[in-house]
Design a binder for this molecule. Structure first.
Ligand SMILES: [Zn+2]
Length: 328
């Protein structure tokens, strides 16, 4: 189903939110969960625009003051709360400041909307601080939380949110969007769609910023080299990566996608590979480590991503991960 929302994919979630809006049954708190860069914040912003849009018929119209300012994250009644640094977490002070603002009447719009990004990484004390707001919501406030791993949220938070779990987009939809909306040549759009594994946000960033593809390439080169290297070299890599805090989640995401491909190949699953340019490496590794080895490496990578979200010692977590990886 096509909608007017400035969102690619996630049609069912858009339909759900649009229906709530139409029927005047907007909840006080939503949780948009799903993989990194799948479009959670984009959907949250579009919903915020729809909530405050002043058009009589189509909400969000994309034209009115509320829509244009919200979509630029510049509306006075929109609060975008995010970890202060990449790889960090929302702090309790940020939650308290938000509560102050939310207790006031909207400045000019129908609702005050707060988007709290990656709230699953917030420590329990910060999550606890938000509970009060969820339990006694101001009448004109709507909270939208995003999370990669909703199981890290306190159950008391989860139970007070309407949860919408966003999934990876079909690769064809990513490709089509890159071509139609961003003017990417078909071949490049196809390649990026595959590499994205259905994460539309990643695909758009990769199209616009060459550094994204460079990071992917160096992450995979480092991984392949480490697999064939002695322990000493693996420790050195762990140390080096631990220093690149900002890029670490992207590196691990890339490795995760790679091990998923190895697992698919080992299991002789006909699903298309994400790392289309590394087919030879993927099949060779699949033969060497088999389904069990690939699954273990995939699980270890996912666990490490999860640990890093909890502020553990990055270097130690990476050392454990690289020791867990098979040796070639
Ligand atoms: Zn509007």
């Amino acid at each position: 189903m096509e909608t007017d929302w400035p969102v690619i994919g996630h049609e069912w979630a858009v339909a759900h939110l649009a229906r709530a809006l139409r029927n005047g049954r907007v909840r006080h708190a939503y949780l948009l969960s799903g993989p990194r860069q799948v479009g959670k914040t984009t959907l949250a912003r579009a919903f915020a625009a729809a909530l405050n849009c002043t058009d009589a018929e189509t909400r969000p119209c994309g034209q009115c003051r509320a829509c244009t300012l919200t979509l630029k994250s510049a509306h006075p009644d929109l609060m975008l709360v995010a970890p202060e640094r990449e790889g960090g977490a929302i702090k309790i002070d940020q939650v308290r400041a938000l509560q102050q603002t939310l207790s006031l009447r909207p400045y000019e719009a129908r609702y005050r909307v707060a988007i709290l990004r990656r709230f699953d990484q917030a420590r329990p004390v910060a999550q606890d601080a938000l509970l009060k707001t969820l339990e006694e919501p101001a009448p004109n406030a709507v909270l939208i939380l995003t999370a990669d791993a909703p199981d890290r949220l306190l159950p008391t938070i989860l139970s007070r949110c309407q949860v919408l779990n966003l999934r990876l987009l079909p690769l064809a939809q990513v490709q089509q969007a890159l071509e139609a909306r961003f003017g990417a040549p078909p071949e490049q759009a196809r390649r990026l769609a595959h590499l994205s594994g259905g994460r539309i946000g990643w695909a758009i960033r990769a199209l616009e910023d060459p550094a994204v593809l460079e990071l992917r390439e160096s992450a995979l080169a480092a991984l392949l080299e480490a697999l064939g290297a002695p322990l000493r070299a693996r420790f050195a890599l762990a140390e080096q990566l631990a220093r690149e805090k900002g890029a670490l989640a992207d590196v691990l995401d890339t490795w995760q996608g790679f091990w998923r491909d190895v697992l698919l190949a080992a299991a002789e699953n006909p699903a298309p590979l994400s790392n289309v340019d590394l087919q030879a490496d993927v099949s060779a590794l699949a033969r060497r480590v088999g389904v069990v080895g690939a699954e273990a490496a995939l699980r270890a990578t996912r666990r490490t991503l999860d640990y890093l979200g909890r502020n553990v010692n990055a270097r130690l977590a990476l050392e454990v991960l690289l020791l867990d990886y098979p040796t070639l």
